[in-house]
Ligand binder design. Sequence first.
Ligand code: SAM
Length: 242
Amino acid sequence: MPSLDFDGDYGRSYRKSIQDSIPGHDVLHEIARAAIRSTSSDAQQVLVVGPGPGDELPELLNACGDAALTVLEPSELMLEQCRKTVADHPGSGRCRLHLSTLNEALNDELKGARFDLVVCHNVLHLLPNAEQNAMLRELTQCTADGGVLLLSAYSEAENSESQREVFQVAWQRLIDRGVPDDRLEKIRDSRNKVVFSLDASRLAVALEQAGWRAPLQLYQGLFIRLWLCRAEGQAEAASAET
Ligand SMILES: C[S@@+](CC[C@H](N)C(=O)[O-])C[C@H]1O[C@@H](n2cnc3c(N)ncnc32)[C@H](O)[C@@H]1O
């Protein structure tokens, strides 16, 4: 199965190309930061899964001023960029960078670890459905009780007519941005081969299986969504309200 080459040309041009392929990438991260500040600024242990070049890390260190950050990134090139991104930050000493996938780390150095905040932006859609489900289980298992999981992913509308219309607008947006024809074709061809929808209903089922409340969708830019998920069950939530 083809995959994006984060250690090659795709990785080298990531910061520019992601602005095309993820509509509202900056806005998504701006809202994610606000969600972190409003829910988890007192977090002590934070896990970041797949930060790419790490542009989200300096603000995360600012937002969670007492936290130790554990960062998992399987691409050497991306991890090296993360290192550079945090190098001059006064909190860089609170940041531990690991060359690893989530699955590898949870079976090794992070076995049994629990985090107050887990952040995973735009990683799950790189995996086919069965692997997405496995990663969702791992993400919920490593979030501490009462903690927060912040997730974003490519996520299609479940009604095919709506999705068709979203695609037409998304396509026009790429043309308006001047994306060349060969890249347009690559993006069109990546669906269900390189990029896989994380459907909102499947996320809800995964959280329900973990005993969590339904996810709260904070943002949607065409087919990209951001969710806030709380590691807290329906029963606990109901008793807190009374
Ligand atoms: C599309 S980039 C997202 C980067 C950043 N979070 C963002 O929102 O721009 C996906 C990143 O996830 C990493 N990745 C892929 N599979 C992973 C896994 N199983 N565990 C952790 N990271 C993974 C890739 O190497 C890549 O750097």
